[in-house]
Design a protein around this ligand. Structure first.
Ligand code: NAP
Ligand code: GCO
Length: 264
């Protein structure tokens, strides 16, 4: 029988206090994994711990900024000691800044690249030695439509998420021989706090033009929800995907396959 069970596995999901990370952690927990996650704030950690407990999911939460290598190393050491060696890492924590490139400061550009590209390097680097010792591991990087496409105002985000696609392929190439698989998930447009400004109704009550644009660009004709990522993340975390390595699984309702509706 195909094995999707994650019984006995330890799964670290970064930035899982809310949004896509929370839903993916919930799915991994439902499949049997012990969940470990981090947030930048104790308040978010506490709220998420209560939400996991309500769902009967065993979880540990840490305050940790993924951009800080010392904090990440400390967190991974604690997880190894108190929960177990990480079997599954989901690099989910991420930010976006929507600013025309010629108006974006260098600090803003760097913060996005640090969080969305360099941090997955920092966290992966911290867990890979344990995975090598244990003889297996799964690393899942949360990429984006912007790993493939560009658009106005998201230069730093697209540069980082495009880079994350290549970091994924490189980790797959470098650590495949240690039975570590590294894949990406590229969510389409998903209704979370990150995309809330793109869905905000107009002052006259009409739909935000970007909202209508995304629905028309998506063959599924809707925004995705964080729950749409649950099946894909369990698949890539489980033995069922042991020969899938270096792949980006786009979960986008068909956006990347579609040229768009012809104008009326
Ligand atoms: P979100 O609701 O804004 O959640 C982002 C998460 O990242 C939060 O849990 C946040 O933690 C965490 N985070 C950000 N910077 C961090 C840092 N320096 N250290 C630790 N944690 C940090 O956004 P989301 O939509 O769920 O996005 C999750 C991931 O999916 C991101 O990588 C995003 O780029 C990607 N994605 C989103 C979409 C979409 O349409 N929504 C599509 C494709 C890809 P705290 O706020 O608790 O500190
Ligand atoms: C934007 C969006 C996107 C999505 C997502 C698409 O401004 O275009 O925020 O980049 O969040 O990453 O896959």
């Amino acid at each position: 029988m195909v094995n999707f069970s994650l019984d006995g596995k330890v799964a670290l999901v970064t930035g899982a206090a809310h949004g896509i990370g929370f839903s993916m952690a919930e799915a991994l927990g439902e499949a049997g994994a012990k969940i470990v996650f981090n947030s930048r704030s104790q308040e978010h950690v506490d709220k998420a711990l209560a939400a996991f407990a309500e769902k009967g999911i065993e979880a540990r939460g840490f305050v940790c900024d993924v951009n800080d290598e010392v904090q990440v190393k400390d967190m991974v050491e604690k997880i190894e000691k108190e929960v177990g060696v990480v079997d599954i890492l989901v690099n989910n924590a991420g930010i976006i800044r929507r600013i025309p490139m010629h108006e974006m400061s260098l600090d803003e550009f760097r913060l996005v690249v640090d969080t969305d590209l360099t941090a997955p390097f920092i966290v992966s680097k911290a867990v890979i030695p344990g995975m090598i010792r244990k003889g297996h591991g799964k690393i899942i990087n949360i990429c984006s439509m912007m790993s493939e496409l560009g658009r106005e105002t998201v230069s730093a985000y697209a540069a980082a998420k495009g880079g994350l696609k290549m970091l994924t392929r490189n980790i797959a190439s470098e650590y495949g021989e240690y039975n570590i698989q590294c894949n990406g998930i590229g969510p389409g447009y998903i209704a979370t706090s990150q995309t809330a400004p793109l869905r905000e109704p107009q002052p006259d009550g009409s739909r935000h033009p970007f909202d209508a644009f995304i629905v028309s660009k998506t063959p599924a004709a809707r925004w995705g929800t964080p729950d749409d990522l649950k099946g894909p993340v369990v698949f890539l975390a489980s033995e069922a995907s042991d020969f899938v390595n270096g792949h980006i699984l786009y979960v986008d309702g068909g956006i990347l396959a579609y040229i768009g509706k012809q104008p009326k």
